[in-house]
Ligand binder design. Structure first.
Ligand code: ATP
Ligand code: MG
Length: 408
């Protein structure tokens, strides 16, 4: 019988809340593998065992587990008896099985850990004893620093797990251990990365996208949906609010000085986002802004944009270079979608010389010509909401749900 042993790192430090964090992580592992042949997932003395059924395919299991937050690393495992000869014998027999990709292995290392501290041998002794037998049985040499094959031995009170190889995990904290936030998701490169950063810290990230459809094409809407899909592979459940924003922009274009437009758009977005956050229990807003990246992202303008909301505005990329963000988007897999050309609602209506230092008084003066509260209410009344789930087999219908007023 085969298992996967999942190790966590940061949650091991979480004091009295530890069992709660571990249960959240186990729940995420269960959900992520719900459509695979997984017999059970259970916490087991400092690690989590994912017990595989006979039909579970390792590449699929590996892919799922590699995206779950809170996992430091994981490895395929089998169990054996607790005697040294039993452990080494089981490993050697396993290495002989066909289909195991060890033909090119010439070096190995054994690392042991004892969850059962009453075990008669220390961990280094176990490593030496088991390692010696494997060396004798295979002819491989020991390489502690960078072995071809890392073998793990984990000693529990009633049995021993041994693992061959080790996969890196996503790190971070399990989803939904840090509360909910609402991320302004544009379809560009930055905001998906910003959302990912907060997801990694255990936040349930909800998304809101402002679009100018049907004045402009649906491209940004479609891109955002695809990005929401990609990000859902990590947090397993997402919600995307789509807000009609084209008329609001037209209203601003007609009444406000061109240099102030972008800041005015952002303030409208923030107001609407804060109301949606209230309706879905999000405790902060998240954006993909970075200081100085574009005109609306100077310190002065960010302050003027913040001024309309009381919720914290989290900007996890604030000190990052575009190049760093782009690399992260590539790793995350959102980059190819983000660079699909679209008619970003902000590019069409963007003035040639946006103000880099909007003053609060002039912005507020410009807003006096706008029916701000009315525009916000109208946008909220027309919000569409989509729920996302991963694995998709268990998905709720992906049809937009029209909302009346509040969007719960
Ligand atoms: P991004 O790559 O995330 O679009 P950007 O560098 O293009 O960022 P801006 O377009 O000025 O910068 O947007 C700054 C931030 O404002 C975005 O990261 C996003 O959080 C938010 N934002 C901008 N436009 C929209 C939109 N249409 N819908 C939702 N959020 C948006
Ligand atoms: Mg953008």
């Amino acid at each position: 019988m085969e298992s996967v042993i999942v190790h966590y790192q940061e949650i091991a430090l979480k004091g009295r809340n530890r069992p709660w964090f571990i249960e959240r992580l186990a729940g995420a592992l269960r959900d992520a593998t719900a459509d695979l042949d997984v017999a059970r997932v259970r916490p087991l003395m400092g690690r989590i065992e994912v017990e595989l059924g006979s039909a579970a395919e390792w590449p699929a299991v590996r892919e799922r587990l590699s995206r779950i937050f809170g996992v430091a690393n994981f490895a395929r495992a089998r169990s054996s008896g607790r005697e040294i000869d039993e452990i080494a014998g089981a490993i050697l027999r396993h290495l002989d099985e066909p289909g195991l990709d060890v033909d090119r292995v010439t070096s190995f290392r054994v690392r042991a850990s004892r969850a059962d501290k009453t075990y008669p041998l220390t961990s280094p002794q176990v490593e030496r004893e088991v390692g010696g037998r494997i060396k004798a049985g295979t002819g491989w040499r020991v390489d502690l620093a960078s072995p071809d094959l890392a073998i793990g031995v984990e000693i529990l009170p009633d049995r021993v797990f041994y693992t061959l190889g080790k996969e890196p995990g996503q790190g971070g904290l399990p989803t939904a251990t840090s509360g909910a936030v609402l991320c302004l998701l544009s379809g560009g490169i930055d905001s998906p990365v910003a959302a990912y950063r907060l997801m990694k810290r255990g936040c349930r990230v909800r998304f809101v996208h402002f679009h100018a459809y049907p004045i402009l094409s649906r491209a940004s809407l479609d891109k955002t949906r695809e990005i929401a899909d990609l990000l859902t592979r990590h947090q397993l459940r997402s919600r995307l609010y789509s807000v009609r924003f084209g008329e609001i922009q037209q209203t601003i274009v007609l009444s406000a000085p061109p240099p102030l437009r972008v800041v005015l758009y952002r303030r409208m977005m923030m107001r609407i986002a804060e109301r949606l956050a209230g309706a879905c229990g999000a405790k902060a807003l998240v954006t993909g802004e970075a200081v100085g990246q574009v005109a609306s992202q100077t310190i002065e303008n960010l302050a003027v944009i913040n001024d309309v909301v009381t919720l914290p505005v989290l900007r996890p990329l604030i000190g990052s270079d575009k190049e760093e963000i782009t690399q992260e988007a590539r790793r995350l897999g959102t980059y190819p979608v983000s660079i699909i050309p679209d008619q970003d609602c902000c590019t069409l209506f963007v003035p040639r010389r946006p103000s880099t230092r909007a003053r609060l008084e002039e912005v507020e003066r410009a807003e006096r010509n706008l029916p701000v509260a009315e525009l916000v209410d109208k946008a909220l009344a027309e919000v569409e909401r989509q729920e996302y789930r991963f694995p998709p087999q268990a998905a709720a219908p992906l049809v937009p749900v029209p909302e009346e007023g509040a969007a719960g």
